[in-house]
Design a protein around this ligand. Structure first.
Ligand code: C2E
Ligand code: MG
Ligand code: MG
Length: 635
């Protein structure tokens, strides 16, 4: 017989069973909420926690008491954008809820100890019988492990397993990002493409395991020497690439390449053997091109660097620079070898007492006997040295050579050595000076260091300290090119200056330009007023010398008293051939124009050993002294 509607059947019986359960709500709450293996919290509609289950406490690292009454915002990860900014809206029919409750799906949270965790969040609105929303049950499922595994897989796909560096696959993305960022900032992206020279030979000789070790050591060093905004990538066996964001110009890129190459300065130790590596480098930079084009350019520069089996060459993609840039880069590479191949020379230019031309000492001026370009003046290569770590090597060489040379001169002759700002600022400068003095036996008071105004002006405290150590030992300090900087007087106050050298640009027209004359007059007075020695540089003719003497300048240097010249070799001194030494005149076009009517040179002031000094003073040299001429211009 069919049952009439309303007759209690099986479904009705089930309902009664639930009624029975509901009779003990506490038990139900315990079973469904408190003992649930999923983190759950009952939260009011504004997002304040009413009660949290033990799993929620365990997951978030907080006690039930510390969660109760707190806003769920507490659990959000502080590095994520505020949930309120996400524009979340309740589903149709859902009451207005705190946005933290609406954020269903995968999200990141933070535990009380600061560690991050990933969860899948969901929420359920619980209503009264009349449909009024009462609270929300928030559920969080911990997916941190799964998320880590995924991230790991992604990382592995984009990482070179041997070195831990990003691999070629990661490169395009990084490059695209770098190009976009640099373009926004109005800068360029630079690529340094490195290839270790003769790596196959290492593999062959030491085995692949040693080769691998070497590569990972190299990669580690590369990683340490990049800036945070640069990315080092391993492209292939022995090929690496560094992507540098925000490169201003080629100089900036060169400086970076140089820093990277310096990782090869120290030998590597593998299987108890020291191995010295070199690398060839291709450079390019740009911003208005695709990552692929940039990569092609870097590759093409590298190919050029390795052409003809070359090693340790740096090449720049031609489109990325002018010819003079190319020259400069090659120069820099060559300069690295110059030090090792004994191609640097010191020339010495006399410094004299202006009133009677007594020889007071010499300024050491560096020259480079370039294998193909001939004798190069400092202006042709010092910048290349300044741009990289050669500065200190070169500076150390000059200092040591000059002290050794000066120690062989007469006891009253001093030597002036130019010191670059960069070298002066380096650690260990004062020790270097001390070592040069000790090795040569030159008394400190016979050494004067020449620094420029800007060096003095911008010197950091550590530099000032290094200078103080040196001057305390008795070495003196000269301010070179005095008057050319914009704050000469400030510079004078920062350092214990002993001598100022009035720049030759002033001396050049001191006689003809009244304004220059007034300025030099002022500089002379300033120097005297401060109790400093004053040397006028670049005196080329008699009028200049006479003017300076009249205005109280005591010391002088310039072609009028002798051009820079190398020390004669002992043999030359003996046979009295000092006039034939290859002085600057030999350098031809490298020289500044000689004075129109060169004054007769004074006694040839070629630096020499004390014996040689006597020889040169009587040697077969110029016709008379400058002041012979001054006295009798008709002769
Ligand atoms: P500086 O220290 O002011 O050196 C004087 C420069 O003036 C020298 O040029 C010298 O040859 C030139 N000179 C001297 N008398 C005359 C003259 O009568 N007429 C003209 N026209 N020029 C004269 P140089 O040797 O080319 O050196 C240029 C600069 O290079 C030096 O200027 C100095 O700043 C720097 N320099 C030279 N050697 C070294 C070095 O060993 N280390 C460092 N850091 N810088 C150096
Ligand atoms: Mg100088
Ligand atoms: Mg000077």
């Amino acid at each position: 017989m069919p049952r009439s509607p309303g007759t209690p059947g099986a479904a009705g019986q089930r309902l009664r069973a639930i009624d029975t359960l509901l009779a003990d709500r506490g038990q139900l709450f315990q079973a469904l909420f408190m003992a649930a293996p999923i983190a759950k919290a009952m939260v009011d509609l504004d997002g304040h926690v009413l009660v949290a289950n033990p799993r929620m406490c365990a997951l978030t690292g907080r006690t039930a008491e510390s969660l109760a009454g707190r806003h769920v915002d507490l659990l959000a990860h502080p590095d994520d954008p505020p949930v309120g900014d996400l524009g979340l809206v309740p589903a149709p029919g859902e009451p207005p809820l705190d946005p933290n409750l609406l954020l269903d799906g995968e999200r990141r949270l933070r535990r009380s100890d600061g560690t991050e965790l990933w969860v899948v969040q969901s929420h359920e609105v619980v209503r009264q019988n009349d449909g009024t929303p009462r609270f929300v049950v928030l559920s969080l499922v911990d997916v941190t492990d799964r998320r880590r595994a995924e991230e790991d897989a992604v990382r592995r796909a984009f990482m070179d397993p041997l070195t831990g560096l990003p691999n070629r696959r990661a490169l395009t993305d990084r490059l695209r990002h770098a190009v976009a960022l640099s373009r926004r900032r109005g800068l360029q992206v630079g690529l340094v493409h490195l290839n270790i020279d003769r790596f196959q030979a290492v593999n062959d000789a030491l085995g692949h395991e040693a080769g691998d070790l070497l590569l990972s050591q190299f990669a580690d060093r590369l990683r340490w020497s990049t800036r945070v905004e640069d990315t080092a990538v391993r492209l292939g066996a022995d090929e690496f690439l560094v992507v540098a964001e925000d490169v201003e110009d080629l100089d900036g890129l060169r400086a970076l390449a140089d820093r990277l190459l310096s990782v090869l300065d120290e030998p590597f130790v593998v299987a108890d053997r020291e191995i010295t590596l070199s690398a060839s480098v291709g450079l390019t930079l740009g911003v208005d091109m695709t990552p692929d084009d940039l990569l092609r350019q870097a590759q093409s520069a590298l190919t050029k660097a390795k052409a003809d089996g070359s090693r340790a060459r740096v090449e720049v993609y031609e489109g990325a620079l002018t010819h003079s840039d190319v020259d400069a880069l090659q120069l820099e590479t060559d300069l690295r070898h110059a030090l090792d191949h004994d191609e640097l020379r010191l020339f010495y230019q006399p410094i004299v007492h202006l009133a009677d031309e007594t020889l007071l000492g010499y300024e050491a001026l560096i020259r480079w006997q370039h294998p193909t370009r001939g004798l190069l003046p400092p202006g042709a290569f010092l910048d290349a040295a300044e741009n990289n770590r050669l500065t200190s090597k070169l500076g150390a060489w000059v200092l040591r050579r000059a002290c050794l040379d000066a120690a062989t001169w007469a006891d009253d002759l001093r030597v002036h050595v130019n010191v670059s700002a960069r070298h002066l600022a380096e650690d260990g400068f004062s020790e270097l000076v001390a070592a040069a003095l000790e090795e040569s036996g030159l008394p400190p008071h016979r050494l004067e260091l020449e620094i420029t105004e800007s060096t003095a002006l911008f010197a950091a405290e550590a530099t000032l300290h290094a200078v103080a150590v040196v001057t305390d030992a008795g070495v003196t300090l000269a301010l070179d090119d005095f008057g050319t900087g914009y704050s000469a007087i400030t510079a004078l106050h920062r350092l214990p200056i002993h001598t100022v050298k009035i720049d030759r640009s002033f001396v050049a027209d001191v006689v003809t330009e009244p304004s220059t004359a007034a300025l030099v007059h002022g500089l002379l007075q300033l120097g005297r007023g401060m109790g400093l020695q004053v040397i006028a540089e670049g005196i080329e003719d008699l009028d200049q010398a006479a003017w300076l003497l009249d205005h109280g300048c005591a010391m002088a240097q310039g072609y009028a008293f002798g051009r820079p010249a190398p020390l004669p070799s002992p043999a030359e001194v003996f046979i009295g051939e000092v006039t034939d030494i290859p002085a600057e005149d030999v350098a031809g076009e490298l020289l500044p124009e000689p004075p129109a009517a060169p004054p007769a040179l004074p006694r040839q002031r070629t630096p020499s050993s004390p014996e040689a000094h006597d020889l040169t003073d009587t040697g077969p040299v110029a016709a008379g002294t400058l002041f012979d001429e001054l006295a009798d211009p008709e002769d």
